[in-house]
Structure formats: structure tokens, C-alpha cells
Design a protein around this ligand. Structure first.
Ligand SMILES: [Ca+2]
Length: 155
């Protein structure tokens, strides 16, 4: 709400890394002490995900409707660091139906919410049942925390 975003977001499974890396598929990334500074999900949380340059992290799958809207997360990083977001669409049996480039974003030295990253909405591949988000860092270390999906386009 502080950012005038009133969508009905759903928290990604272990989307704040308070359960360690449970459910995430990490490559070169690790859960580290230090929560994002706004405590968007809950006060008292303690961890975020650290991605050295070139590391990647795939979120657990989330159910999705054909009217899916957008996702957001919180990040910070080294000067010049960027995070690339890809959206992996899966069908039954986890088969990959499509990969959408969600964009590459510069991160600042202090925590800030990502832009609203739009999803395919009404043009999702037929039979899509879940999505995962793949984060990849470049140009420096990046930290992310509090990953949210707006699973039904609500704004
Ligand atoms: Ca956290």
C-alpha cells in the first residue's frame, strides 16, 4: 500500500526465505541473514536471498489462473548490479510450456520494490497450471526478498 499498489497479492511459497531454501532451486545463490527493510510480509522476519553475480534462483511453482496479472518482489544490490526475471509456465506433469522474459532491472544499494512485472494474462499457453519465477543476477551481487504474485488480475 505505501506504493499505491492495491492488487490482491499472494505470497510465493517460502517467498521471504524464512524457511531457508525450501522449495527453491538455487544455483550459486544462498539464503543470508538480513530481511528487506520494509517487512512487507511480516515484522520480525530475518532472511533474504543473496545472489552473487551470475547466480540464479527458481521459485517453487505457484498455481495460476488464465487471468494472471503481475508479480513483484523487493531487491537491492551492488552498484551496477541487475536482476533478470523470467517466468516459467508449466502444464500438467511439470512440462515447460513457455518462458516469458519479465525484464532486467537495475537494483539500488537500498531495498526497494521491483516494478510491476506483467505476465501473459489472457494469452497464457493453453493448459498452463503453474508458474515459477527465475531470478538471475548480473553485474554484481543482488539480494531479493518477499516475492509476490497477483494470481488473478485484480487491478
Ligand atoms: Ca525475508
Amino acid at each position: 500500500m505505501p506504493w499505491s499498489d492495491y492488487a490482491s497479492y499472494v505470497f510465493a511459497p517460502n517467498g521471504g526465505f524464512e524457511s531457508g531454501a525450501t522449495g527453491w532451486n538455487l544455483s550459486g545463490a544462498r539464503v543470508a541473514p538480513g530481511n528487506e527493510s520494509f517487512y512487507i510480509h511480516a515484522s520480525g522476519e530475518k532472511y533474504s536471498l543473496s545472489l552473487p553475480a551470475g547466480a540464479s534462483a527458481m521459485s517453487p511453482p505457484m498455481c495460476i489462473s488464465l487471468f494472471s496479472g503481475k508479480m513483484r518482489f523487493v531487491s537491492r544490490g551492488d552498484s551496477g548490479a541487475k536482476v533478470k526475471v523470467q517466468i516459467i509456465y508449466r502444464g500438467l506433469l511439470s512440462s515447460v510450456l513457455g518462458i516469458l522474459d519479465g525484464g532486467t532491472y537495475s537494483v539500488g544499494s537500498s531495498w526497494k520494490p521491483s516494478p510491476e512485472i506483467g505476465m501473459l494474462g489472457g494469452t497464457l499457453p493453453l493448459l498452463t497450471s503453474s508458474v515459477s519465477f527465475l531470478f538471475t543476477s548480473s553485474g554484481g551481487a543482488v539480494a531479493i526478498d518477499d516475492v509476490y504474485l497477483d494470481p488473478m488480475k485484480s487491478s
